[in-house]
Design a protein around this ligand. Structure first.
Ligand SMILES: [Zn+2]
Length: 90
């Protein structure tokens, strides 16, 4: 029973080591992606409210529409079209 226990222990240590090393590698990659996203988000950090669905959208990603001298921002073209259709009805 002695040697078998040792082998099992060795396997457990090996698996644990592999998980530790693999986990570290994954964490490093995730951190890189996060910082890249944070860098681009910092440029378009200003949030604007979509008047149709009232969601907050980063200005850089929003759909722009000049409406009665005011700039209006939307989360999607869908919301932009809804806004235009509503304006026509009113
Ligand atoms: Zn919307």
């Amino acid at each position: 029973m002695g040697p078998l226990r040792l082998i099992i222990l060795a396997i457990l240590v090996y698996v644990g080591y592999r998980l530790l090393v693999g986990g570290r590698k994954k964490k490093k990659q995730a951190g890189k992606e996060k910082s890249a996203v944070g860098g681009s988000a910092a440029v378009t950090d200003v949030l604007v409210e979509d008047p149709v669905c009232h969601i907050l959208v980063p200005k850089g990603q929003a759909i722009h529409l000049q409406h009665q001298g005011k700039m209006v921002y939307f989360c999607s073209e869908n919301c932009c079209n809804t806004f235009i259709e509503k304006g026509k009805e009113a």
